[in-house]
Design a protein around this ligand. Structure first.
Ligand code: ZN
Length: 49
């Protein structure tokens, strides 16, 4: 599964990896957001076939 980030228009195949490397999110931040809402980042990424 590939995703395109709506923020920077780059493709990636791992949303968490992308958020950490490109957008400098910390893993702790991402994990706590996902725990609160597993769909937290879905709106920010477009699924590509
Ligand atoms: Zn991005």
């Amino acid at each position: 599964m590939k995703y395109m980030c709506r923020t920077c228009k780059k493709k990636c195949d791992d949303i968490i990896e992308h958020l950490m490397t490109v957008h400098k999110f910390s893993k702790t931040t991402i994990e706590s957001q996902l725990k609160a809402n597993p769909n937290s980042f879905n709106h920010a990424f477009e699924k590509l076939e």
